[in-house]
Design a protein around this ligand. Structure first.
Ligand code: ATP
Ligand code: MG
Length: 307
């Protein structure tokens, strides 16, 4: 049974704006799912719906088998949420704040657990500091500590590394990897494709309130094992010569460039043959260039190709 199950969920805000247009998503226990999508795609709306903060207009969401609307308390107990907006009391002290978050779920005091969480997030030295004395990155880590205080099984991180420097971003990735080792299921949203590439087991792409793709990262990567060879010609041609009809070619740049797409993992790329066939067809080359397609290309294509 998936730990999170989102079934035909739509969300229309009071303004009449439809932010989710029939979302289906199943998340397995222990996985890291990265949701990629442009601003306004509906990522925060989806997460808020799963966490029971926003009420879906239709459809159903289960967390650990509990309906997030009719069994809110049972579902919410399993969830840790690090919201996109920093919402911390400026004068609240770090350590007691984390202990307090735990208490909100009706759990007994557990200083050892709170210490472990603070240490894991490198906040132990700052346990007596007040929020306003912390840097932005530390504040973000305090939010994670608060979200982990009640030992949730599913952790939602909404843009955990937005506006965070490279070093801290990598620290955050380590924290996520460590939580995964402990068996926590993690769903994070991000604009950073390299972040999804670095830490996710599965990647979902969402745009305009719809999930466009959810796929194992490894499979996506395999699809990305394609390269483009651009052949720049000395003289422009009006059309691809008939002799080259057997190749997967595209003519662009006013007939000056031929683009050949090939699979880097197949036995032969076909480049040698293509080049001699080009010559046989009477074309002379000015330059050659190859480019690896990336997750970014797939993402951009997906998001722009929609009607
Ligand atoms: N309370 C609200 N009332 C009306 N419209 C809203 C509300 N909250 C969000 N929206 C709209 O719903 C759409 C999706 O917003 P959402 O915050 O879910 O996007 P997002 O993918 O998280 O974007 P970002 O990457 O900028 O965080 C946007 O067009 C937004 O303006
Ligand atoms: Mg958002």
């Amino acid at each position: 049974m998936p730990i999170v199950s989102v079934q035909d969920v739509t969300k229309t805000y009071a303004s009449g704006f439809q932010a989710l247009k029939g979302v289906n998503l199943e998340i397995d226990e222990g996985e890291i799912l990265a949701l990629l999508g442009p601003n306004g795609a509906g990522k925060t709306t989806l997460i808020s719906s799963i966490c029971g903060i926003t009420r879906p207009s239709s459809g159903r969401i289960l967390v650990g088998g509990h309906d997030v609307v009719t069994q809110y308390r049972q579902a919410r107990r399993l969830i840790g949420l690090v919201p996109q907006e920093l919402n911390l009391e400026p004068f609240a002290p770090v350590g007691p704040g984390v202990a307090f978050s735990r208490g909100l779920f009706g759990l007994r005091r557990d200083p050892a657990r709170v210490e472990a969480v603070l240490r894991q997030l490198s906040l132990w030295e700052k346990r007596n500091a007040r929020m306003r004395e912390l840097s932005g990155g530390m504040k973000r880590r305090v939010l994670i500590a608060k979200a982990l205080a009640h030992e949730p099984r599913v952790l939602f991180l909404d843009e955990p590394t937005a506006g965070v420097d490279v070093e801290l971003r990598r620290d955050m990735w380590k924290v996520v990897a460590e939580l995964k080792r402990q068996g926590v299921t993690i769903i994070l949203t991000t604009h950073y494709i390299e972040e999804a590439e670095a830490i996710a087991d599965r990647i979902g792409v969402i745009a305009d309130g719809q999930i466009l793709l959810v796929e194992e990262k490894a499979q996506l990567m395999a699809r990305m094992g394609r390269k483009n060879l651009s052949v720049h010609l000395r003289e422009p041609v009006a059309a691809i010569p008939a002799a080259l009809a057997g190749y997967e070619l595209e003519l662009c740049n006013g007939g000056r460039t031929l683009i050949y797409s090939y699979d880097t993992k197949s036995d032969g790329t076909g480049i040698t043959r293509l080049l001699s066939d080009l010559q046989a067809a009477g074309l002379s080359l000015r330059d050659l260039e190859t480019r690896q397609s990336s997750l970014e290309d797939i993402f951009v294509d997906l998001v722009k190709e929609r009607p």
